[in-house]
Design a protein around this ligand. Structure first.
Ligand code: UDP
Length: 497
């Protein structure tokens, strides 16, 4: 590999003919920074390998070579190898540039290196390179795939059909909405979608003067260059947009395939993981509220303190992944490296950790917990989540009802869709995030009080629908089979165009 740093041999065998040569298609996949992007893309790669005999190369950016990411990549099966793009210079970007801007710039500036990598891959995989898949901030990389003559070019959208609908409508909304989205007098109504109040719309769209707004409009337009868009969602959780996006489009937008929920369920365990799981083993069934804000989310100190006191006040058991607060920077400060920089426990109310440890009512862990194993555990009965889409899907796969506490990205609109739409979560009221409100919402979900009962029933229904879709012949399995068939047959946007 001339242009990237390989983390393993590219194109490892998944499926061989009698001579030991690899058959099956090879897929190159570009993951923009963030474990929330990498994890579902890797799951897609694993599914393509196990169900369709494919091999895959996951391509990552130099800016995200964290220990967490390295450990994750090392845990992938031999059919899924990885390599890193060389670093690009981003020093001209202003300090405090939005994450979406950083990711988009890094991707656009990596197109020449990516083109060389794809040309290399074409050679080293003996003509098996059938498709290129980029995730949501990687739309510019479709140009690299085109330049390298990769026949099929797809977008993998790791979030949901609501967010995709918004992205696909962005070029026209950019032309028609003159005010800031947060100032819209009415909720935004998009085809099939739950109406989203202006302030809850995708965070990078909330300030039109910020370059990240322009980038999002750019990506929304660029998605139309793809042959297909694969979405990590399923029809039952958002039936409205699923119905619309599954129909053939008059406006030539790419075909949309809901192929989810793809979740990461089998990570390796370390000592810190064992601490959480052993603690859960000692708790009664469905008695614990798991509290976590994704791979990088953190709260401002004041909210962190109210949450601590609200959890205590709720009288419910809890397991909380605590990060140092976000006050000195953006709420997503930990994004590029999930390890908390400071001691997060130092910001909790005085005596809190000692009290909850002494009574055994709570466990607080710094920075990271084995989330899917926690959600799968019989003792877990609720999930207070930032509504990152992977977290939502994991919760639904394991049938855990949610309390929504969104922070950034598309999390606020996810919270609207989950609470006002399908009814799988209760949202802590935005205007009054005090300890009493927090305690009341936690109790409703854990005890099935008030609206909590309906949320629990809905989540059980969605858990069943998700499992059915992934079975052979289910909607998600069939959608992915259709995508792969498109990769291995000719037609569509042809090579070297
Ligand atoms: N995650 C985890 N342990 C943690 C925090 C996060 O395993 O302590 C995983 C979680 O299971 C999910 C991903 O990291 O797969 C977070 O993705 P999500 O889309 O929920 O949020 P983001 O990190 O993108 O904000």
């Amino acid at each position: 590999m001339e242009n990237g740093t390989s983390n393993g041999s590219t194109g490892g065998a998944a499926c061989c003919n009698g001579n030991g040569a690899v058959r099956g298609p090879h897929v190159a996949m570009l993951a923009t920074p963030g474990m929330g992007h990498l994890i579902p893309l890797a799951e897609l790669a694993k599914r393509l390998a196990s169900r369709h005999g494919a091999t895959a190369t996951l391509i990552t950016f130099a800016s995200t070579a964290s220990a967490t990411q390295r450990a994750f990549l090392a845990s992938l099966p031999p059919a899924v190898t990885s390599l890193s793009l060389p670093p690009v210079d981003l020093s001209d970007l202003p300090r405090g540039a939005a994450i979406e801007t950083l990711m988009s710039e890094e991707c656009a500036r990596s197109v020449p290196a990516l083109t060389s990598i794809l040309l290399d891959l074409k050679r080293t995989t003996g003509g098996r390179l059938a498709a290129f898949v980029a995730d949501l901030f990687g739309a510019d990389s479709l140009d690299a795939a085109r330049a390298a003559g990769v026949r099929r070019r797809c977008i993998f959208f790791p979030t949901n059909l609501h967010a995709l609908t918004l992205m696909l409508h962005l070029p026209e909304l950019d032309a028609s909405v003159s005010c800031e989205f947060r100032d819209l007098p009415e909720p935004l109504r998009l085809p099939g979608c739950v109406p989203i109040p202006g302030p809850d719309i995708l965070m990078p769209l909330q300030d039109k003067a910020n370059p990240c707004y322009r980038w999002m409009v750019h990506h929304g337009g660029k998605y139309r260059d793809a042959d297909a868009i694969l979405v990590n969602s399923f029809d039952a959780v958002e039936p409205g947009p699923a119905k619309i996006l599954r129909q053939p489009a008059a406006d030539h937008r790419p075909v949309v395939y809901p192929i989810g929920p793809l979740i990461h369920a089998d990570g390796r365990e370390d000592d810190k993981d064992a601490l959480c799981l052993e603690w859960l083993d000692r708790q009664p069934a469905r008695s614990v509220m798991f509290v976590s804000f994704g791979s990088g989310g953190a709260l401002p100190t004041e909210e962190m303190r109210e949450l601590a006191l609200g959890l205590e006040l709720s009288g419910q058991r809890f397991l909380w992944v605590v990060r140092s607060p976000s006050d000195e920077g953006a709420v997503n400060d930990n994004y590029y490296d999930a390890e908390s920089k400071k001691d997060p426990f130092a910001y909790l109310p005085e005596g809190f950790v000692d009290r909850v440890t002494a009574t055994g009512v709570g466990l607080v862990v710094p920075s990271w917990a084995p989330q899917t194993k926690v959600l799968a555990h019989a003792a877990t009965g609720g999930f207070l989540t930032h509504c990152g889409w992977n977290s939502v899907l994991e919760s639904l796969v394991y049938g855990v009802p949610m309390v929504a506490w969104p922070l950034f990205a598309e999390q606020r609109q996810n919270a609207v869709m989950l609470s006002d739409g399908v009814g799988a979560a209760l949202r802590v009221p935005e205007s009054s995030k005090g300890r009493e409100e927090i305690a009341a919402t936690v109790r409703e979900v854990m005890q099935g009080e008030g609206k909590g009962a309906a949320v629990r029933a809905k989540v059980a229904e969605l858990q069943k629908a998700a499992a059915e879709g992934l079975r052979d012949g289910g909607a998600a399995a069939t959608a992915l089979a259709e995508v792969v068939e498109g990769w291995t047959t000719t037609g569509g946007q042809e090579e070297e165009d």
